[in-house]
Design a protein around this ligand. Structure first.
Ligand code: UD1
Ligand code: CA
Length: 446
């Protein structure tokens, strides 16, 4: 039997934030969600989350994760006090308890598997993860012999000079024999610099206590402040970029680009400098993105080119070309071979194949048929101050430069709209439509 408990009740004072620390974002998901996903594959029988500071907010954020038991810790009197709150919900539980710090988000799932293996092999009362850090300041120091047996953990602030020289660091990740832990939990005292109950103090009371040292020290990075948050973000970004390079994506200047876990790339994609991918996006084979793009929750088929543009919540079919300086907003759907040029905004619109809108236009709530040519400065006036209305333009029609289409309006196929027109009425197939004042020239009056 395996239970997992995640400590997520602390305030995170050092973040200086209104947001609870475990809800801080890292490469698009929160710290606590990352910790949760690092243990999912172990398929624990119980998953408990210890909440306290802004508990409702943390619970609301995790509402979509089924089977989580929330345990309230009020007030928050240290990590040992947090785990004491499990005595009631885990009364009668007989098995292993894996304790994870909610602020250690880079842990690899394989490492937890190895931790459990080591724990079982050595029949330990507790096994904890450690690493040797170049700068262990702020972390608890682990005192162990050459055989991996741990005698004690001393918090940085409680260490003397000599103890601080020990660089073997506590990750805050432990596998306990729950029944043995439950026996010693009530014996914790607040006899330390912070006057809190420390979970780390149980280790000296539980023997044999073992540790497993991880080689990649980044895995145990804990996040207490914004600097550590940024450092973890950098580690995650590097992991993501390396992964996608190995899968056949070229980054011209990798360090200048950021990715999210939910972004997928096809083969032979080229990502130029300063491109940012967020949420869940799919970038098809052979796309060329950048420089200077933001792409969020969007799907691009193969061979799409995007230059200096922003795409959010959109779908783009193959071989479209977008930018420079275009904005595609929620609900924009482009069929193959569309061309969207500079200073064109498209929102909640369907563009059939081969539509061209090369310059200075707004297409909102519109349906454009195949091959429509949108003249420079064409505007769909979709909003009457209260409601949004649709504009329909049939296949192979052309809008003249500076046309305004006041929606709701339906323009047929093969229509030509004269430059500078403001149209308020429907236009039938094959027509030429004017909607402007005739030019008047009075000679000699200039
Ligand atoms: C803790 C460890 C330290 C270890 C480090 C690793 C203790 C006493 N120290 O220190 O040895 O090197 O983690 O990152 O455990 N929390 C609660 N309730 C509380 C206090 C904290 O749920 O009353 C939660 C926090 O939300 C956080 C986690 O426990 O997710 C760790 O707390 P934090 O205060 O950050 O501990 P550290 O000082 O980093
Ligand atoms: Ca911490």
């Amino acid at each position: 039997m395996l239970a997992v408990a995640i400590l997520a009740a602390g305030k995170g004072t050092r973040m200086k934030s209104d947001l609870p620390k475990v809800l801080q974002p890292l490469a698009g998901s929160t710290l606590v969600e990352r910790v949760l996903s690092s243990c999912e594959h172990l398929q624990p029988q119980r998953r408990l989350l210890i909440v306290g500071h802004q508990a409702e907010r943390v619970e609301a954020c995790l509402a979509g994760h089924g089977g989580l038991e929330f345990v309230l810790q009020q007030p928050q009197n240290g990590t040992g006090h947090a785990v004491q709150q499990l005595l009631e919900p885990l009364a009668g539980f007989n098995g292993e308890l894996l304790v994870l710090n909610g602020d250690v988000p880079l842990l690899r799932p394989e490492t937890l598997v190895r931790l459990l293996q080591r724990h079982r092999e050595r029949r330990a009362a507790v096994t904890l993860l450690t690493a040797r850090l170049a700068d262990p300041s702020g972390y608890g120091r682990v005192f162990a012999n050459a055989d991996g047996e741990v005698s004690a953990i001393v918090e940085h602030r409680d260490c003397n000079e000599a103890q601080r020289c020990n660089d073997l660091t506590n990750a805050g990740i432990y596998c306990f024999d729950w029944r043995r832990l439950a026996e010693v939990l009530p014996r914790l005292t607040t006899d330390n610099d912070q006057g809190e109950l420390y979970l780390t103090d149980t280790v000296a009371m539980l023997q044999p206590a073992m540790h497993l040292e991880v080689q990649d020290a980044d895995e145990i990075n804990g996040i207490n402040d914004r600097l550590q948050l940024a450092q973890c973000e950098a580690v995650l970004q590097e992991r993501l970029r390396r992964h996608w390079m190995a899968e056949g994506v070229s980054f011209v200047d990798p360090a200048s680009c950021t990715l999210s876990e939910g972004t997928r790339f096809g083969r032979d994609v080229v990502v130029e400098p300063q491109c940012h991918f967020r949420g869940s996006s799919n970038i098809g084979d052979g796309c060329r993105i950048g420089p200077g793009c933001l792409i969020e929750n969007s799907s691009l088929a193969s061979g799409v080119e995007v230059l200096f543009s922003v795409l959010r919540d959109v779908r783009v079919a193959q071989d479209c070309s977008i930018g420079p300086y275009a904005q595609l907003r929620a609900g924009a759907e482009l069929e193959p071979h569309c061309r969207i040029g500079n200073f064109v905004e498209v929102k909640n619109s369907h563009l059939a194949s081969g539509v061209k809108a090369n310059h200075l236009s707004y297409l909102g709530d519109a349906d454009l048929g195949a091959g429509v040519n949108v003249g420079a400065g064409t505007i769909t006036a979709n909003y009457d101050g209260v409601n949004k209305h649709r504009t329909l333009i049939g296949a192979d029609s052309k809008t003249g430069a500076n046309s305004t289409l006041v929606a709701p309006i339906s323009v047929g196929e093969r229509v030509t709209i004269a430059a500078g027109s403001t149209l308020t009425k429907d236009v039938p197939d094959g027509a030429l439509a004017f909607g402007r004042a005739r030019q008047v020239v009075k000679e000699g009056r200039g």
